[in-house]
Design a protein around this ligand. Structure first.
Ligand code: C2O
Ligand code: CU
Ligand code: CU
Length: 501
């Protein structure tokens, strides 16, 4: 029995806090997809508490669970050793149907890998799919030949070890997903993704503050519960699912005591869905971005998390009797074919428990010293563009970097170990594109950027926007950079940076 089935069995008798019939109108057409936008749910919120009608799976309103942790087989200190089987699995998403997915160890959302800075990591991966795949350790500073690049595929039925050491000062919230040549978008759409948390040896955030992971994925199924193939709109706009899951659960409930502080690690593992996070009534106190703590906590009213991005927040419980929802507010990202999100999407609800918490530990005013990288030795431009191509097979849209489509056998840039590079990412298109670089973390140089100076590996670019980043690569070999809307990456919005000793 997998975790989903187990959860359903365990919770089947408990009256779910909130149930909706959102899926009843489901079909694969774009109009129906729109009906399935969670706007309905927010309107229905008031009455949902009384609506005990069963029938929607996964049931909304179950307590948020943490994804299973990947267990460490090693007894040696500072050594993490584990096994991952990349395998087909079956879960229940819609009533009366089953959904065939692909999942790491059969678990949707996870398993979560948790290690500490300095650990040596060995993960034995078996590919039980009928096609080649890789695991890419998104954001981690691992050697190129351990980073799951498309030219290092694990053939079907084969296995391999990934080995790397977690560098000092790299604590943060990362994740892992497939990166095979030409099949990344489909494999992620089938359910392959998990969180990878790196803890520091000494955490400035007090240990009494409970940590919660919110690993957000969206999945698209038809009325029969089957994951549908990519359509034209998916390729153009990037694929958005019709079910948004947090830790594999649908609209779970997060319990928090009045006055209690919690540390939330939020991962946007969606292929193309932007999350404009909002927690009405609360400040979102951001303490970390993709690659660890900010210099100082920053209070946000809403926070845009682009595909691939992560953020950590401190959330403080409000008075018992009130209730709040974690929403993704409408955000227009310049879609070519699909309709823009017009209604808030309900991600999770907060439930304030009866017992208030006294003496909540304070968050330090300075979280860590962040100094900007100095003057660059190398400057480059990376220009995102889209182009319509008329060919024999009709029209197709090209997604380009510096006018070129990705070619696995071409090196686009050559760099040097340790040299500071400054890249100007220019979005010369009509759509948002989140830029991502492998192998290191970068800093946004633009002083007016909300994440100026923060250590990151994904940064969104709006149409017409220019974002300046600085970074250093400390290991030799080829690194990818690409748009993290996975369909765009796959259609060619990707390049290779070759770092030489
Ligand atoms: Cu998360 Cu190259 O990707
Ligand atoms: Cu990556
Ligand atoms: Cu893109």
């Amino acid at each position: 029995m997998n975790r989903r089935n187990f959860l359903q069995a365990a919770l089947g008798l408990a009256a779910p806090l909130a149930l909706t019939r959102t899926f009843a109108a489901g079909s694969t057409g774009s109009h129906a997809m729109h009906n399935m936008d969670m706007g309905h749910n927010t309107q229905a919120m008031g009455s949902m508490m009384h609506d005990a009608s069963p029938g929607v799976y996964p049931p909304a309103g179950t307590p948020l669970q943490m994804p299973l942790r990947l267990s460490n087989d090693s007894r040696i200190k500072a050594q993490f050793s584990a096994r991952i089987n990349i395998q087909p699995a079956t879960i229940n998403l819609l009533p009366g149907t089953t959904t065939d997915i692909w999942a790491y160890n059969g678990i949707l959302a996870g398993p979560t890998i948790e290690v500490t800075e300095g650990d040596s990591v060995r993960i034995n991966v078996r590919n039980s799919l009928a096609e080649a795949t890789t695991i890419h350790w998104h954001g981690l500073h691992v050697p190129p030949d351990q980073d799951g690049n498309p030219w290092d595929a694990i053939p079907p039925g084969a296995s391999r070890d990934y080995r790397f050491t977690i560098p000092e000062n790299s604590a943060g919230t990362y994740w892992y997903h497939p990166h095979p040549h030409g099949r990344t978008a489909e494999q992620v759409a089938m359910g392959l993704a998990g969180a990878f948390i790196v803890h520091p040896k000494q955490d400035p955030i007090p240990a009494q503050i409970e940590e919660k992971l919110l690993f957000i994925e969206d999945i698209r199924v038809n009325d029969n519960g089957a994951i549908t193939a990519h359509n034209m709109m998916d390729w153009m706009d990037g694929r958005e699912g019709n079910i948004v899951l947090v830790n594999g659960q649908y609209q779970p409930v997060i319990a928090i005591a009045p006055g209690e502080k919690q540390r939330w690690r939020v991962v946007n593992a969606c292929s193309a869905r932007y999350l404009q996070l909002s927690l009405p009534g609360h400040a979102l106190v951001q303490i970390a971005s993709d690659a660890g703590l900010l210099n100082k906590p920053q209070t946000r009213t809403a926070y845009l998390l682009a595909p691939g991005e992560r953020a950590e927040f401190i959330v403080t419980g409000l008075a018992h009797g009130t209730d709040t929802r974690l929403l993704s507010l409408p955000y227009k990202r310049g879609k070519m074919m699909g309709t823009e999100q017009s209604q808030p999407v309900l991600l999770a609800s907060l439930k304030y428990t009866a017992k208030a918490v006294k003496n909540t530990p304070a968050i330090p005013a300075t979280l860590r010293a962040v100094t900007l990288l100095g003057d660059p030795a190398i400057r480059r431009q990376v220009i995102f563009s889209e182009k319509m191509e008329h060919g024999a097979g009709g029209m197709k849209m090209l997604f380009l970097i510096n006018g070129k489509r990705f070619d696995m056998n071409r090196v686009d840039f050559t760099g040097k170990i340790g040299a500071i590079e400054e890249w100007e990412i220019i979005n010369n298109s009509d759509m948002d594109h989140p830029f991502h670089l492998h192998g290191t973390s970068f800093q946004v140089v633009n002083t007016d950027h909300p994440l100026h100076g923060a250590w990151k590996d994904v940064v969104n670019t709006r149409p017409g926007e220019k974002v300046l980043i600085r970074f250093r690569q400390m290991l030799a070999g080829k690194r990818l950079y690409h748009c993290h809307i996975l369909e765009h990456e796959q259609l060619g919005m990707m390049g290779i940076l070759d770092i030489q000793a």
